[in-house]
Design a protein around this ligand. Sequence first.
Ligand code: SF4
Length: 457
Amino acid sequence: MRSLVLVGHGSHVNSRAARSVYRVAEELRQLGSFSEVIECFWKEEPSLRQALRVTGSTDVTVVPFFLSDGYFTDTVIPRELGLGHQGPVPPEGIARVLGGKTVRYLPPYGSFPGLSDVLVACAREALPEANAEDVALVLLGHPSARRGGHLERHAQVIREARQFAEVQVLYLEDHLAHAPWLDVIQAEQVVVVPFFSDHALSEAAPPLSVSLGVQDGQAGGKSVTVAPPVGTHPGLARMLAGHALNATQDGFSGDADRVHLAAWTELMQLARRGLRLGEAVITPQGTLFDLRNALDEGRPSAELTTFVTVEGLRDTIRVDDSGAHRPVRTFRNLPRHWRAVFSEDDLPAAIHALYPATVEEAYSCGCHSLRSTPWPTTARRQTGIYARVQKAAPAQVEEVARRVCSRCLRTRLWASQPLPHTFLTGVPGAVPCAEACTYLIAAVREHLAERPAEENS
Ligand code: SF4
């Protein structure tokens, strides 16, 4: 058994920030190279701190869905996973044994050598009729892509293969539309391949063709075609799976994680009798299970939107009834007016999508093996813009937590709140919170920013 964890940044406010990670994870699942593919995020659930708990095997390969080295790949991800590593990750990755699991942490996918071929495929597919030897290939990166030099390395590999008339690297700087970026290009026909994971760097960003000064396929007297970003190419998942599998060729293959298996066995036994979990209710119907918001219990199915895929359910419950993003899935704003119908095989993935990590954490809580992390320990671990939360007084943390956590089903074990039962022992809304989530950490930081400095000391 082998688990692949795809790590994205996610967002506390924008539900679309995680879409590229979800898309590639779905493609990886369809390839079937790994027993399971799990998405994890810095600012959404399942969080990086929950990543190893929610994986079902003892062999875990972690791939950061980032194109460049940087703060997240070098500092945040290894720190949150507890790898005891800081700094650039070598090409072969780093391996650790954590809690009985062999964990391999690989560098960002932008460094994988196979990405050169995906970049070439992007360019060729954007200009299928053109003779590539007459075309200039421009690889366009965000300025942060300079870190690690991966973009330059891909350009050099493609240059040496002599498939294009020329290969240039361009960074998306301010005022690019007015800069003479085309002056250095000799060929009359140009294809630009964005070294991005998704179509927009932000919702507010203008289309790339506008940033590049391209109008009706022309710029500076040349024909310019902007290809879809490399992160959206259908060949990316296969390349990524192949690289991740190569990294596991060390003769080791994992077993089923015993605690994970026991937790889900218990959950399924309860589900077969009907179970209330948080704001949801699971009802067995023959060989299938009906999952819905408990407030819609008893409503005729015809009045609800029915989902039969985990992805359909996931995309629905990632926003509330007003369309607002739900970065913390245990917030008490589960949307209504839907039902999801799953077989016994698919029900665990559906519950994972609905309430990530709750089954594993509730089970461990019942076994008295869920270790909570007190606030001072969580705060000390923070770096970068979040390091300032270390200055928060206990009363300030409590003030923010009362406001934020009152919206959440979870009980704060990390603040010594008692939780004698969970939904596994008959209390639907009883879900443990082992440590402060990044949403709360961000709220504490904002709270401090609103206070004069002397109040924070
Ligand atoms: Fe919920 Fe608060 Fe725990 Fe975050 S810290 S998961 S908001 S209880």
